[in-house]
Design a protein around this ligand. Structure first.
Ligand SMILES: Cc1cc2nc3c(=O)[nH]c(=O)nc-3n(C[C@H](O)[C@H](O)[C@H](O)COP(=O)(O)OP(=O)(O)OC[C@H]3O[C@@H](n4cnc5c(N)ncnc54)[C@H](O)[C@@H]3O)c2cc1C
Length: 403
Protein backbone atom coordinates (compact mmCIF):
# COMPACT_ATOMS: atom_id res chain seq x y z
CA UNK A 1 0.00 0.00 0.00
CA UNK A 2 1.49 3.37 -0.99
CA UNK A 3 1.87 6.07 1.65
CA UNK A 4 -0.46 9.05 0.99
CA UNK A 5 1.04 12.45 0.18
CA UNK A 6 0.04 15.39 2.35
CA UNK A 7 -0.86 18.25 0.00
CA UNK A 8 0.56 21.09 2.13
CA UNK A 9 3.98 22.53 1.22
CA UNK A 10 5.79 23.62 4.40
CA UNK A 11 8.76 25.96 4.54
CA UNK A 12 10.68 23.76 6.97
CA UNK A 13 10.24 20.24 8.34
CA UNK A 14 12.08 19.47 11.57
CA UNK A 15 12.80 15.86 12.47
CA UNK A 16 13.19 15.46 16.25
CA UNK A 17 11.93 17.71 19.02
CA UNK A 18 14.67 17.62 21.64
CA UNK A 19 16.33 20.91 22.64
CA UNK A 20 17.86 21.41 19.16
CA UNK A 21 14.71 20.84 17.13
CA UNK A 22 12.41 22.67 19.55
CA UNK A 23 14.73 25.71 19.60
CA UNK A 24 14.86 25.85 15.81
CA UNK A 25 11.06 25.42 15.59
CA UNK A 26 10.52 28.20 18.14
CA UNK A 27 12.81 30.68 16.35
CA UNK A 28 11.42 29.97 12.88
CA UNK A 29 7.75 30.02 13.94
CA UNK A 30 8.24 33.32 15.73
CA UNK A 31 9.27 34.77 12.36
CA UNK A 32 6.17 33.48 10.58
CA UNK A 33 7.87 30.53 8.83
CA UNK A 34 5.58 27.50 8.37
CA UNK A 35 7.12 24.66 10.38
CA UNK A 36 6.07 21.04 10.66
CA UNK A 37 7.96 19.09 13.34
CA UNK A 38 8.02 15.39 14.19
CA UNK A 39 9.02 13.42 17.22
CA UNK A 40 8.80 9.67 17.33
CA UNK A 41 8.02 9.89 21.04
CA UNK A 42 5.40 11.91 22.92
CA UNK A 43 6.44 14.63 25.33
CA UNK A 44 6.98 14.46 28.23
CA UNK A 45 9.38 11.63 27.41
CA UNK A 46 12.37 10.22 29.24
CA UNK A 47 15.87 10.96 27.87
CA UNK A 48 19.07 9.42 29.20
CA UNK A 49 20.86 12.57 30.35
CA UNK A 50 22.36 14.20 33.46
CA UNK A 51 20.25 17.31 32.86
CA UNK A 52 23.07 19.65 33.92
CA UNK A 53 23.08 22.99 32.11
CA UNK A 54 25.96 25.44 32.31
CA UNK A 55 24.62 28.70 33.74
CA UNK A 56 25.48 30.63 30.55
CA UNK A 57 22.49 28.95 28.88
CA UNK A 58 20.22 31.43 30.61
CA UNK A 59 21.33 34.03 28.04
CA UNK A 60 19.99 32.04 25.07
CA UNK A 61 16.76 30.55 26.45
CA UNK A 62 13.30 32.14 26.75
CA UNK A 63 12.93 34.29 29.86
CA UNK A 64 10.77 31.91 31.95
CA UNK A 65 13.39 29.13 31.80
CA UNK A 66 13.78 29.17 35.60
CA UNK A 67 10.25 27.73 35.90
CA UNK A 68 11.62 24.30 34.82
CA UNK A 69 14.85 24.42 36.85
CA UNK A 70 15.02 21.76 39.60
CA UNK A 71 18.09 23.10 41.38
CA UNK A 72 20.43 26.05 40.96
CA UNK A 73 24.01 25.02 41.66
CA UNK A 74 26.43 27.46 43.29
CA UNK A 75 28.92 24.79 44.39
CA UNK A 76 30.93 22.25 42.44
CA UNK A 77 33.09 19.59 44.04
CA UNK A 78 35.92 18.18 41.89
CA UNK A 79 37.32 14.87 43.07
CA UNK A 80 40.69 13.81 41.70
CA UNK A 81 41.87 11.18 44.19
CA UNK A 82 40.44 8.71 46.70
CA UNK A 83 40.27 11.32 49.45
CA UNK A 84 41.20 14.47 47.57
CA UNK A 85 38.85 17.11 46.26
CA UNK A 86 38.45 20.81 45.56
CA UNK A 87 35.33 22.83 46.32
CA UNK A 88 34.41 25.80 44.14
CA UNK A 89 31.73 28.17 45.47
CA UNK A 90 30.27 31.12 43.64
CA UNK A 91 27.65 33.68 44.62
CA UNK A 92 26.35 33.48 41.04
CA UNK A 93 24.86 30.27 39.60
CA UNK A 94 27.40 27.90 38.05
CA UNK A 95 24.86 25.43 36.65
CA UNK A 96 21.14 24.70 36.49
CA UNK A 97 19.72 21.22 36.91
CA UNK A 98 16.67 20.10 34.96
CA UNK A 99 14.75 16.89 34.37
CA UNK A 100 14.80 16.40 30.64
CA UNK A 101 11.15 15.39 30.38
CA UNK A 102 10.09 18.75 31.86
CA UNK A 103 12.72 20.89 30.16
CA UNK A 104 12.12 19.41 26.70
CA UNK A 105 8.34 19.61 27.02
CA UNK A 106 8.63 23.26 28.04
CA UNK A 107 10.67 24.00 24.90
CA UNK A 108 8.26 22.03 22.69
CA UNK A 109 5.33 23.98 24.18
CA UNK A 110 7.14 27.23 23.35
CA UNK A 111 7.47 26.14 19.72
CA UNK A 112 3.82 25.10 19.58
CA UNK A 113 2.67 28.42 21.07
CA UNK A 114 4.79 30.25 18.49
CA UNK A 115 2.84 28.47 15.74
CA UNK A 116 4.78 25.29 14.84
CA UNK A 117 2.68 22.27 13.84
CA UNK A 118 4.01 19.35 15.89
CA UNK A 119 3.27 15.68 15.31
CA UNK A 120 4.32 13.52 18.21
CA UNK A 121 4.46 9.75 18.13
CA UNK A 122 5.22 9.84 14.37
CA UNK A 123 8.58 8.41 13.26
CA UNK A 124 10.38 9.68 10.20
CA UNK A 125 11.73 6.74 8.19
CA UNK A 126 13.12 8.32 5.02
CA UNK A 127 13.99 11.62 3.37
CA UNK A 128 14.40 12.24 -0.34
CA UNK A 129 14.83 15.09 -2.79
CA UNK A 130 11.95 16.37 -4.93
CA UNK A 131 11.75 19.33 -7.30
CA UNK A 132 12.51 22.51 -5.30
CA UNK A 133 12.24 20.70 -1.99
CA UNK A 134 12.43 17.57 0.13
CA UNK A 135 10.02 14.75 0.88
CA UNK A 136 9.91 13.44 4.43
CA UNK A 137 8.33 10.02 4.84
CA UNK A 138 6.75 8.66 8.01
CA UNK A 139 4.82 5.43 8.35
CA UNK A 140 1.58 7.42 8.10
CA UNK A 141 2.16 10.04 5.39
CA UNK A 142 4.61 11.73 3.03
CA UNK A 143 5.21 15.44 3.60
CA UNK A 144 6.96 18.10 1.53
CA UNK A 145 8.91 21.20 2.48
CA UNK A 146 11.52 23.51 1.06
CA UNK A 147 14.10 22.60 3.73
CA UNK A 148 14.60 19.91 6.36
CA UNK A 149 16.41 20.12 9.72
CA UNK A 150 17.82 16.93 11.21
CA UNK A 151 17.42 17.36 14.98
CA UNK A 152 16.89 13.66 15.57
CA UNK A 153 19.80 12.97 17.87
CA UNK A 154 22.85 10.77 17.63
CA UNK A 155 21.22 8.06 15.49
CA UNK A 156 19.85 10.66 13.07
CA UNK A 157 17.80 9.35 10.15
CA UNK A 158 18.32 12.68 8.39
CA UNK A 159 22.11 12.27 8.65
CA UNK A 160 21.90 8.70 7.35
CA UNK A 161 19.83 9.72 4.30
CA UNK A 162 21.32 13.11 3.48
CA UNK A 163 24.95 12.78 4.70
CA UNK A 164 25.77 9.12 3.93
CA UNK A 165 29.55 9.69 3.84
CA UNK A 166 29.76 10.81 7.46
CA UNK A 167 31.74 8.57 9.82
CA UNK A 168 31.81 10.17 13.24
CA UNK A 169 32.76 9.09 16.69
CA UNK A 170 30.61 8.47 19.75
CA UNK A 171 31.62 7.60 23.30
CA UNK A 172 29.68 5.51 25.81
CA UNK A 173 27.88 7.25 28.68
CA UNK A 174 25.72 5.74 31.42
CA UNK A 175 23.16 7.39 33.67
CA UNK A 176 20.97 6.40 36.59
CA UNK A 177 18.55 8.29 38.81
CA UNK A 178 17.82 7.97 42.50
CA UNK A 179 14.41 9.28 43.52
CA UNK A 180 13.15 10.25 46.96
CA UNK A 181 14.96 11.66 49.96
CA UNK A 182 18.73 11.44 49.59
CA UNK A 183 19.62 13.05 52.88
CA UNK A 184 23.08 14.43 52.35
CA UNK A 185 24.96 17.54 51.43
CA UNK A 186 24.07 17.39 47.73
CA UNK A 187 20.62 18.68 48.40
CA UNK A 188 21.21 20.78 51.51
CA UNK A 189 23.61 22.93 49.50
CA UNK A 190 22.89 21.89 45.91
CA UNK A 191 26.30 20.65 44.79
CA UNK A 192 27.38 19.14 41.50
CA UNK A 193 30.11 16.55 41.93
CA UNK A 194 32.60 15.72 39.19
CA UNK A 195 34.91 12.80 39.90
CA UNK A 196 37.97 12.04 37.78
CA UNK A 197 38.48 9.08 40.04
CA UNK A 198 35.26 7.47 38.81
CA UNK A 199 36.38 6.64 35.29
CA UNK A 200 39.59 5.51 33.71
CA UNK A 201 39.53 7.93 30.78
CA UNK A 202 36.61 10.16 31.63
CA UNK A 203 34.66 11.21 34.68
CA UNK A 204 31.69 10.45 36.91
CA UNK A 205 29.07 12.94 38.02
CA UNK A 206 26.39 13.39 40.64
CA UNK A 207 23.83 16.13 39.99
CA UNK A 208 21.23 17.22 42.55
CA UNK A 209 17.56 17.29 41.54
CA UNK A 210 14.48 18.33 43.50
CA UNK A 211 13.38 14.75 44.10
CA UNK A 212 16.71 12.94 44.09
CA UNK A 213 19.97 12.65 42.21
CA UNK A 214 21.14 11.94 38.71
CA UNK A 215 24.49 10.21 38.42
CA UNK A 216 26.57 8.62 35.75
CA UNK A 217 29.84 7.99 34.03
CA UNK A 218 31.25 8.99 30.65
CA UNK A 219 34.34 7.37 29.17
CA UNK A 220 35.92 9.74 26.68
CA UNK A 221 38.53 7.47 25.12
CA UNK A 222 36.79 4.81 23.09
CA UNK A 223 37.95 1.21 23.05
CA UNK A 224 40.14 1.35 26.13
CA UNK A 225 37.35 1.46 28.66
CA UNK A 226 34.55 -0.50 30.25
CA UNK A 227 31.89 2.01 31.27
CA UNK A 228 29.69 -0.49 33.15
CA UNK A 229 32.64 -1.49 35.30
CA UNK A 230 33.49 2.20 35.88
CA UNK A 231 29.88 2.86 36.91
CA UNK A 232 29.92 -0.03 39.39
CA UNK A 233 33.25 1.12 40.84
CA UNK A 234 31.89 4.66 41.13
CA UNK A 235 28.79 3.70 43.11
CA UNK A 236 30.74 1.23 45.26
CA UNK A 237 33.47 3.69 46.22
CA UNK A 238 31.93 7.17 46.19
CA UNK A 239 31.16 8.00 49.86
CA UNK A 240 28.34 10.39 48.89
CA UNK A 241 26.41 7.43 47.45
CA UNK A 242 26.88 5.12 50.43
CA UNK A 243 23.63 3.54 51.60
CA UNK A 244 21.63 4.53 48.50
CA UNK A 245 19.97 1.96 46.29
CA UNK A 246 21.07 2.86 42.79
CA UNK A 247 19.03 1.44 39.89
CA UNK A 248 20.95 -0.09 36.98
CA UNK A 249 22.15 2.60 34.62
CA UNK A 250 20.93 3.20 31.09
CA UNK A 251 23.52 3.72 28.40
CA UNK A 252 23.46 5.97 25.37
CA UNK A 253 26.12 7.06 22.90
CA UNK A 254 27.41 10.60 23.24
CA UNK A 255 28.40 12.14 19.87
CA UNK A 256 31.33 14.27 20.96
CA UNK A 257 32.84 16.71 18.51
CA UNK A 258 36.11 15.50 17.05
CA UNK A 259 38.74 18.03 17.96
CA UNK A 260 40.72 17.49 14.72
CA UNK A 261 37.64 18.46 12.70
CA UNK A 262 37.88 21.90 14.26
CA UNK A 263 41.49 22.63 13.33
CA UNK A 264 41.78 25.99 11.65
CA UNK A 265 41.92 25.65 7.88
CA UNK A 266 39.68 22.55 7.86
CA UNK A 267 36.82 22.95 5.45
CA UNK A 268 33.34 22.84 6.86
CA UNK A 269 31.54 22.43 3.57
CA UNK A 270 29.16 19.47 3.74
CA UNK A 271 29.48 18.69 7.42
CA UNK A 272 26.24 20.26 8.58
CA UNK A 273 24.56 21.39 5.36
CA UNK A 274 23.94 19.26 2.32
CA UNK A 275 21.52 20.39 -0.37
CA UNK A 276 18.33 21.27 1.49
CA UNK A 277 19.21 19.50 4.75
CA UNK A 278 20.84 20.89 7.91
CA UNK A 279 21.98 19.02 11.02
CA UNK A 280 21.72 20.49 14.51
CA UNK A 281 22.55 19.30 18.05
CA UNK A 282 23.54 15.65 18.52
CA UNK A 283 22.65 14.85 14.91
CA UNK A 284 25.49 17.21 13.94
CA UNK A 285 27.84 15.81 16.63
CA UNK A 286 27.92 19.17 18.38
CA UNK A 287 28.86 18.00 21.88
CA UNK A 288 31.71 19.47 23.95
CA UNK A 289 34.54 16.89 23.89
CA UNK A 290 35.76 17.72 27.41
CA UNK A 291 32.65 17.34 29.59
CA UNK A 292 30.09 16.01 27.13
CA UNK A 293 27.86 19.06 27.48
CA UNK A 294 25.38 18.88 24.62
CA UNK A 295 22.24 20.79 25.58
CA UNK A 296 23.76 24.24 25.31
CA UNK A 297 25.11 23.46 21.83
CA UNK A 298 21.83 21.83 20.79
CA UNK A 299 19.84 24.95 21.64
CA UNK A 300 22.40 27.30 20.13
CA UNK A 301 22.84 25.31 16.91
CA UNK A 302 19.04 25.21 16.51
CA UNK A 303 19.04 28.99 16.77
CA UNK A 304 21.94 29.42 14.33
CA UNK A 305 20.27 27.10 11.81
CA UNK A 306 17.05 29.13 12.09
CA UNK A 307 19.02 32.32 11.53
CA UNK A 308 20.51 31.03 8.27
CA UNK A 309 17.18 29.61 7.09
CA UNK A 310 15.50 32.98 7.61
CA UNK A 311 18.01 34.49 5.20
CA UNK A 312 17.77 31.65 2.71
CA UNK A 313 13.99 31.55 2.37
CA UNK A 314 13.97 35.09 1.00
CA UNK A 315 16.63 34.29 -1.67
CA UNK A 316 16.39 32.65 -5.10
CA UNK A 317 19.08 30.05 -4.29
CA UNK A 318 20.27 28.02 -1.30
CA UNK A 319 23.61 29.77 -0.99
CA UNK A 320 22.92 31.53 2.37
CA UNK A 321 22.32 28.10 4.00
CA UNK A 322 26.06 27.43 4.08
CA UNK A 323 26.36 30.38 6.43
CA UNK A 324 25.07 28.02 9.13
CA UNK A 325 28.26 25.96 8.85
CA UNK A 326 30.36 29.11 9.06
CA UNK A 327 28.48 30.34 12.13
CA UNK A 328 28.97 27.02 13.90
CA UNK A 329 32.61 26.82 12.83
CA UNK A 330 33.38 30.29 14.17
CA UNK A 331 31.30 30.07 17.36
CA UNK A 332 31.92 26.45 18.42
CA UNK A 333 35.03 25.49 16.42
CA UNK A 334 37.80 27.22 18.41
CA UNK A 335 36.06 26.23 21.65
CA UNK A 336 35.77 22.53 20.76
CA UNK A 337 39.38 22.57 19.59
CA UNK A 338 40.66 23.70 23.00
CA UNK A 339 38.15 21.48 24.85
CA UNK A 340 39.46 18.48 22.88
CA UNK A 341 43.04 19.42 23.68
CA UNK A 342 42.23 19.74 27.40
CA UNK A 343 40.38 16.41 27.26
CA UNK A 344 43.43 14.65 25.80
CA UNK A 345 45.59 16.04 28.60
CA UNK A 346 43.17 15.49 31.48
CA UNK A 347 41.92 12.03 30.48
CA UNK A 348 45.24 10.96 29.00
CA UNK A 349 47.24 11.52 32.20
CA UNK A 350 47.35 8.67 34.71
CA UNK A 351 45.26 9.47 37.79
CA UNK A 352 48.42 9.30 39.94
CA UNK A 353 49.71 12.41 38.15
CA UNK A 354 46.52 14.31 38.98
CA UNK A 355 46.92 13.28 42.63
CA UNK A 356 50.55 14.34 42.62
CA UNK A 357 49.79 17.67 40.90
CA UNK A 358 46.82 18.34 43.20
CA UNK A 359 49.07 17.87 46.27
CA UNK A 360 52.02 19.73 44.81
CA UNK A 361 50.19 22.70 43.26
CA UNK A 362 46.85 23.00 45.08
CA UNK A 363 46.51 26.72 44.44
CA UNK A 364 47.09 26.36 40.71
CA UNK A 365 44.50 23.54 40.58
CA UNK A 366 42.00 25.60 42.53
CA UNK A 367 42.58 28.57 40.21
CA UNK A 368 42.05 26.53 37.04
CA UNK A 369 38.87 24.95 38.43
CA UNK A 370 37.63 28.36 39.49
CA UNK A 371 38.18 29.62 35.95
CA UNK A 372 36.44 26.54 34.60
CA UNK A 373 33.36 27.40 36.62
CA UNK A 374 33.61 30.96 35.27
CA UNK A 375 33.51 29.36 31.80
CA UNK A 376 30.28 27.56 32.71
CA UNK A 377 28.95 30.94 33.81
CA UNK A 378 29.86 32.48 30.45
CA UNK A 379 32.56 34.73 31.93
CA UNK A 380 35.45 32.79 30.34
CA UNK A 381 35.82 30.79 27.15
CA UNK A 382 37.94 27.71 26.53
CA UNK A 383 40.23 29.92 24.49
CA UNK A 384 40.73 32.48 27.26
CA UNK A 385 41.24 29.69 29.80
CA UNK A 386 43.87 28.06 27.58
CA UNK A 387 45.63 31.38 27.06
CA UNK A 388 45.73 31.95 30.84
CA UNK A 389 47.30 28.54 31.34
CA UNK A 390 49.94 29.20 28.67
CA UNK A 391 50.66 32.64 30.11
CA UNK A 392 51.23 31.13 33.56
CA UNK A 393 53.66 28.69 31.95
CA UNK A 394 55.48 31.66 30.34
CA UNK A 395 54.59 30.47 26.85
CA UNK A 396 56.13 33.06 24.50
CA UNK A 397 53.03 33.50 22.31
CA UNK A 398 50.50 33.72 25.16
CA UNK A 399 48.82 37.10 25.54
CA UNK A 400 48.62 38.85 28.89
CA UNK A 401 45.17 37.82 30.17
CA UNK A 402 42.61 40.27 31.58
CA UNK A 403 41.47 40.23 35.22
C1 LIG B 1 24.36 9.65 29.79
C2 LIG B 1 24.28 11.03 29.20
C3 LIG B 1 24.32 12.14 30.04
C4 LIG B 1 24.27 13.42 29.51
N1 LIG B 1 24.29 14.48 30.38
C5 LIG B 1 24.27 15.75 29.87
C6 LIG B 1 24.25 16.87 30.76
O1 LIG B 1 24.22 16.73 31.98
N2 LIG B 1 24.27 18.10 30.21
C7 LIG B 1 24.30 18.31 28.85
O2 LIG B 1 24.34 19.46 28.40
N3 LIG B 1 24.26 17.25 27.99
C8 LIG B 1 24.24 15.99 28.47
N4 LIG B 1 24.17 14.93 27.61
C9 LIG B 1 24.05 15.21 26.16
C10 LIG B 1 22.61 15.63 25.81
O3 LIG B 1 21.71 14.66 26.30
C11 LIG B 1 22.45 15.78 24.30
O4 LIG B 1 23.55 16.49 23.78
C12 LIG B 1 21.15 16.50 23.95
O5 LIG B 1 20.04 15.74 24.32
C13 LIG B 1 21.09 16.81 22.44
O6 LIG B 1 19.84 17.35 22.11
P1 LIG B 1 19.21 17.10 20.66
O7 LIG B 1 17.98 17.92 20.61
O8 LIG B 1 20.25 17.30 19.62
O9 LIG B 1 18.86 15.54 20.61
P2 LIG B 1 17.91 14.66 21.53
O10 LIG B 1 17.74 15.27 22.85
O11 LIG B 1 18.45 13.28 21.44
O12 LIG B 1 16.51 14.72 20.80
C14 LIG B 1 16.28 14.06 19.59
C15 LIG B 1 14.78 13.84 19.43
O13 LIG B 1 14.56 13.27 18.14
C16 LIG B 1 13.56 12.28 18.23
N5 LIG B 1 13.77 11.37 17.10
C17 LIG B 1 14.84 10.55 16.89
N6 LIG B 1 14.71 9.89 15.74
C18 LIG B 1 13.53 10.29 15.19
C19 LIG B 1 12.84 9.95 14.00
N7 LIG B 1 13.32 9.06 13.14
N8 LIG B 1 11.65 10.53 13.76
C20 LIG B 1 11.12 11.45 14.63
N9 LIG B 1 11.75 11.79 15.78
C21 LIG B 1 12.94 11.24 16.06
C22 LIG B 1 13.78 11.64 19.59
O14 LIG B 1 12.60 11.03 20.07
C23 LIG B 1 14.20 12.86 20.44
O15 LIG B 1 13.10 13.45 21.10
C24 LIG B 1 24.20 13.63 28.12
C25 LIG B 1 24.13 12.53 27.26
C26 LIG B 1 24.17 11.24 27.80
C27 LIG B 1 24.10 10.06 26.86
Amino acid sequence: MSIPLNSHMYDVIIVGMGPAGASAAYELSQHGISVLAFDKQRHPRYKVCGGGLSARIVKILPADFLSVVEETVHRVQFIYGDQESFLIDSPEPIAYMVMRQHFDRWLVDKARQAGAAIREGETVVAIGAVDQGVEVVTKQERYRSRLVIGADGVMSVVAQHCFPERRLRTIPALESEVHGECAHAFQETPTALISLQAAKKGYGWIFPKQQGLSLGVGEFVKGTTRPKQSFRDFIDHEPALAGLTIPSPLGYPLPIAQAQAYRSGQTWAGRLVHGRALLVGDAGHLVDPLLGEGIYYAVRSGQLAAQSILQTLGQPDLHPLSEYEMLVASEFGPEFRVAGRLGSIIYGLPRSIHRWAGHRFPEAYQRVLHRYCALLQGKETYQSLWNRMLYRLHWPLAEKPGA
